[in-house]
Structures are given as C-alpha cells and as structure tokens.
Design a protein around this ligand. Structure first.
Ligand code: BEZ
Length: 211
C-alpha cells in the first residue's frame, strides 16, 4: 500500500554517508525532506544533490532537515560526494541513505517497477513535525526537480501550520494569502490585523502574516 498525504511517515534506522541514523531521532521536532534519486554517479542526480547542498541555509531557516536516498552503498555515496563537491562547488552537508536491501524504498513506494525495476524514481516527501506526510511528489529519472518549488511548498505548509492561511495558485513569498475556511469572517480582524479583502464569502485574502 502506498503512502498518502496525512499518513504517518514510516520510521527507520539506516546506514548513511554520515553514519547510522534513526529517521525520527534525526528529524527531532522539526520538518523533514526525504528524497530518492535513481543512482549515484548519474548526471541529473549530481546537480540535484549539489543544489540541495547549496540551499543549506534556506532549509535551516525553515527548521528542515534533508536526507537523500538511493539503493547504492555507503561506500559508493562517499566517492560520489567527492564528485558532487568538486563539480557543483558545494560541500554536501546532509546524509545520503544507503538502501541496498530496498526496505526504505519499499516502505515509501519509491520504486515504480514500470519505470525502472531496480532503481528508485525521484520521489520526495515533506514530513511535518508530527511525522505525518505533508507532500509527495514523483518525478521521472530524466527530470531534475525544482528546489525553489520545494521551498515554496515548505513555506506554504508552514504558513498553514503556524498562521492559519493557505496559498493561492502560483503564490510567491510576500504575496497575499488566503484565510483558511475554518476561520469565520467576523473573526478575521482580530486574527489578521493587517486587514483582509472579502472577494467572496469563501475567498478572503490577507497580507502574508509573517512578513
Ligand atoms: C540521471 O541522471 O539519473 C538520469 C539522466 C537521464 C535519464 C535517466 C536518468
């Protein structure tokens, strides 16, 4: 059975490029991103892991820890990290999980046999502090993910979690947001002192609260 939004993220203990890690302990009470790639020493993955390392401060600002995964071994990861650091001009600063027996890949449904029998696809999960799954995306092996979009979703999820707002289509940081439907219009002024605009009774916009 595949994982769905709202499900508890399976916990695991795994060997990684930074030693043995227990997933829940590693995340602590913060947010997490677990993402898989098809394999070490592959071109698109090299750029993705480089970009993830370059965004270290952005993830830290969002109290979010990142873990990558492939079915390759820790030794393979270690050698590949040198290449990523050299070619992408970064210092890979997050663990890469080795999942040779595919236990984690299977728990997270990261292997899609009709796409590839023996490699994980580009799956990405955002896990909330409550350890439930908040986002699932699946990309093909040949398309590198857009990490600005992943940061954008993190921002949106955190705005909902901490400020009771949702984000409209194509929302960008700093733009107006949507007051969640569970808040009555008469309660908006007290909760959103920056003001609001009622476009329709079900569509109430307010300036981004944390700006
Ligand atoms: C890769 O870099 O992982 C990749 C590139 C092209 C096709 C499939 C995989």
């Amino acid at each position: 059975m595949s994982l769905r939004l709202g499900d508890k993220a399976p916990n695991f203990t795994a060997q990684t490029s930074q030693g043995e890690i227990n997933f829940y302990d590693y995340l602590g009470d913060g947010w997490g991103i677990l993402f898989s790639h098809p394999g070490d020493y592959t071109p698109v993955c090299t750029t993705e892991l480089g970009r993830t390392a370059a965004l270290k401060d952005e993830f830290a600002k969002r109290n979010t820890k990142v873990l990558a995964l492939s079915v390759d071994s820790v030794e393979s990861h270690q050698g590949w990290i040198n290449d990523i650091n050299e070619t992408q001009h970064v210092e890979v600063n997050f663990p890469i999980i080795a999942d040779p027996d595919r236990k984690i890949s299977e728990a997270y449904d990261m292997i899609h046999p009709n796409a590839s029998v023996n490699a994980t696809i580009r799956s990405l999960f955002i896990i909330g502090p409550d350890k439930t799954v908040k986002l699932i995306i699946s990309y093909p092996a040949s398309t590198g993910r857009n990490f600005q979009e992943i940061l954008r979703v993190l921002d949106s999820l955190q705005l909902t979690a901490y400020h009771s707002v949702a984000t409209p289509a194509d929302w960008k940081d700093g733009e107006d947001v949507v007051v969640v439907p569970s808040i009555k219009t008469e309660d908006i002024p007290a909760k959103f002192p920056k003001g609001f605009k009622e476009v329709k009774p079900y569509l109430r916009l307010t300036p981004q609260p944390n700006k």
